[in-house]
Design a protein around this ligand. Structure first.
Ligand SMILES: C[S@@+](CC[C@H](N)C(=O)[O-])C[C@H]1O[C@@H](n2cnc3c(N)ncnc32)[C@H](O)[C@@H]1O
Length: 680
């Protein structure tokens, strides 16, 4: 009995231990996804990077579980929500390329070119993501371990996970993944040689990444892949036909297994196979045919040899060291400028080897969307997730550029609220922290409000919105009225710090100003709460610690979007409607360098299109879900150019249309507006 127990304890019990290792696996959570947009890329391009497509994808027709999904948010929440909404055992392949624990921040370079407004284009660095772990390796493992547990549950019975990593944490990941999946389900460790040279001063140059493959069970998808023959091998083994085709000559015999085969006719010669072998063909007709086609040749010594053409020969089977996929060079056509973007060829090999057409492929750290673009091309379904807005914007544009099938862009419902809870704070605490980060003193009597002395000495009333409700024009109008008389003297300025704003916020507020707020002297400033606030929620347990931090987080003014009036040109049953962006105003830009800031603001003033990353139109907005049936985006890398500012569409006459526009700028701000076109 005792020996039994010792035997049991000894076997496969090795585990990685760290102080904060979670004791329980996370559970599925019933969190709703909010569809921010249905993106309908255009299969028939009419202009470069423009897209226009008409479809009747109505809200009723959209079944999120049948569509490809791009989710903005923390993948822990996204996976918990997917598990709760029927995705358990449904994903055929998961590829993840999480941060590598490099202690670096990664930026995307964005060119702002005012078309001659300034001397040269300005290059702005926009944060893509941070790979910095204040709590050291423990906090990295705290992040990855529960996510691996969720991925295992999402995988189908024959599903496979690939974790892309390198020397920084690869060894830790292998041990925790062994624990989660079972060491027996560790299928391969692939070395991807990504550089041919790497200058490391006092050690061997680090030229490779590692891919760790795990399966959910012992029945899993594996389709062997072949590569290309190496040039050296081709040069030494192949020669050319007069028509330039490369061929090699191979043996015409097969082992005789103890006996010698019968002779066969090669042209007019009857030849016996060498002793103990046989000719590799069973019947004479085949030999005759191959002789006629010139596929069998007789050497100078009269022996038959078989011709193998290079263009017909399968390449060598791919093993665990991959040296034939180069990294993206600076000129690569697929380059979108996202740091740590992986080559499509790498994902193509992974997806082809471990999934079939129609399977669901997921990437929960999708970055610039390489996995999704390749999955789309290879006819797989896909889900992508990233919590960086920069990543999401790049991925969205990349999928539009790739003319993907319609897909959803989703937020995790009440994402901000969940993030606040995830950071261990409550709504009231969050409001206090945001107020303090803004430099305001929270009021005891009205928890959502604070007071700050503005730079010009005027007292400002500051409002912090609730994370799960967009700020409405109505609320702001009420606050403005309240601000006028509050505390006896009232306030000259009202600052709104909002997580989100309602759809047509600017227009509605303008309408209220024209009507009820006409006589109000209160100046209204609408600003957005930046996601960096989560970091403060996590790290500053007591709100008192925030006191000195005002100024470290910048709350930018919400940009302003104004549309042109739609122009109609009627034909018989249709009318061509043209509308455009009349003005897009950013009041300040998140650029530290003063000179560059001024330059970019100058460009923006003269040519606002230079600041737009993309804009999209829903020609028949139902007030609930934005369906972008037309979109323009600025392109990638060297192919970047300002977006056009007009869009047209033929619409059937006989009714009134609400047309909605959504514009997203290069800093990630979005602005929305609607207008109507009466075609009755
Ligand atoms: C190395 S990059 C992925 C690059 C990608 N393979 C490509 O080809 O572009 C890692 C990505 O993971 C994202 N990320 C990190 N932690 C995350 C989390 N908890 N939830 C969602 N995304 C996360 C980062 O924002 C970043 O875009």
């Amino acid at each position: 009995m005792d020996t039994d127990r010792i035997e049991k304890r000894k076997k496969n019990s090795a585990r990685l231990v760290w102080g904060s290792k979670p004791k329980r696996a996370p559970n599925p959570r019933d969190i709703e996804f909010q569809t921010a947009e249905v993106v309908i890329p255009n299969p028939f391009r009419d202009q470069t990077r423009l897209s226009s497509y008409s479809t009747d994808l109505s809200r009723a027709a959209i079944d999120a579980t049948k569509m490809n999904r791009l989710i903005w948010g923390d993948n822990l929440l996204a996976m918990q929500a997917l598990l709760a909404s029927g995705y358990e055992d449904k994903v055929g392949l998961i590829y993840i390329d999480p941060p590598f624990w490099t202690d670096e921040d990664y930026y995307l370079n964005v060119t702002v070119d005012g078309g001659g407004v300034t001397r040269s284009p300005s290059i702005i660095e926009r944060l893509a993501y941070k790979d910095y772990w204040e709590g050291g390796i423990d906090s990295y493992l705290d992040m990855l371990y529960p996510r691996l547990q969720l991925m295992k549950r999402l995988l189908s019975k024959n599903g496979v996970l690939f974790v892309h990593t390198d020397w920084h944490v690869g060894h830790y990941i292998k041990v925790i993944a062994d624990e989660v999946f079972g060491g027996e389900n560790h299928r391969s460790e692939i070395i991807w040689q990504r550089f041919s040279f790497h200058a490391d001063a006092k050690r061997f140059g680090m030229v490779h990444d590692t891919l760790l493959e795990y399966s959910r069970s012992d029945e899993y998808t594996y389709i062997p892949q072949t590569g290309k023959w190496k040039k050296q091998y081709v040069d030494s083994h192949f020669r050319e036909d007069p028509d330039g085709r490369q061929y090699t000559l191979s043996d015409a015999t097969a082992p005789g297994h103890g006996s010698t085969g019968k002779p066969m006719r090669f042209g007019d010669k009857l030849l016996h196979p060498p002793k103990g072998t046989m000719w590799r063909w069973a019947d004479q007709d085949e030999v005759d045919r191959l002789m006629k086609e010139g596929r069998i040749v007789l050497t100078s010594s009269g022996r038959p040899r078989v011709k193998w053409y290079l263009d017909e020969k399968e390449g060598p089977t791919v093993h665990s060291i991959w040296t034939d996929i180069p990294p993206l060079n600076s000129q690569a056509a697929e380059r979108v400028g996202f740091p740590t973007q992986k080559p499509e060829a790498l994902l193509e090999r992974i997806i082809r080897s471990s999934s079939n057409e129609g399977d669901l492929v997921a990437d929960f750290f999708c970055g610039s969307g390489t996995t999704l673009v390749v999955a789309e091309r290879l006819n797989r379904k896909w889900i992508g997730c990233d919590f960086s807005k920069t990543a999401l914007q790049v991925t969205r544009n990349r999928l539009v550029d790739a003319e993907a099938r319609p897909f959803l862009v989703e937020n995790i419902g009440n994402y901000q609220r969940h993030m606040i809870y995830l950071a261990g704070a409550r709504i009231y605490e969050m409001q206090c922290i945001v107020l303090k980060l803004y430099g305001a003193v929270p009021r005891q009597d009205l928890p959502e409000l604070g007071v700050r002395k503005g730079d010009d000495g005027a007292l400002e009333l500051v409002y912090v919105s609730y994370p799960d409700r967009p700020v409405t024009a109505r609320k702001v109008a009420e606050l403005a009225v309240q601000a006028e008389t509050l505390d006896g003297t009232g306030y000259r300025r009202l600052v709104v710090l909002g997580w989100d704003y309602e759809y047509n916020f600017e227009e509605m507020l303008e309408a209220r100003k024209r009507a009820s707020l006409r006589r109000t002297k209160v100046e209204i400033l609408n600003r957005t709460i930046p996601p960096e606030v989560y970091d403060y929620l996590k790290t500053h347990e007591s709100t008192d610690e925030i006191e000195d931090l005002s100024g470290t987080v910048i709350f930018h003014d919400k940009p302003y979007l104004k549309l042109t009036k739609p122009v109609r040109e009627r034909s018989q049953k249709n009318a061509k409607v043209t509308l455009g962006i009349e003005r897009y105003v950013v009041f300040d830009v998140p650029i530290e360098d003063e000179e560059q800031r001024r330059e970019v603001l100058e460009i923006a003033k003269k040519s606002f299109a230079a600041l737009l990353d993309y804009w999209a139109v829903d020609w028949d907005y139902d007030g609930l879900m934005f369906k972008s049936g037309w979109q323009a985006f600025r392109g990638f890398g060297r192919n970047m150019e300002p977006v056009p500012t007009r869009a047209s569409k033929e619409l059937p006459t006989g009714r009134k249309y609400t047309i909605a526009v959504r514009a997203v700028d290069i800093f990630g701000n979005d602005a929305t507006a609607t207008c109507t076109a009466d075609l009755r």
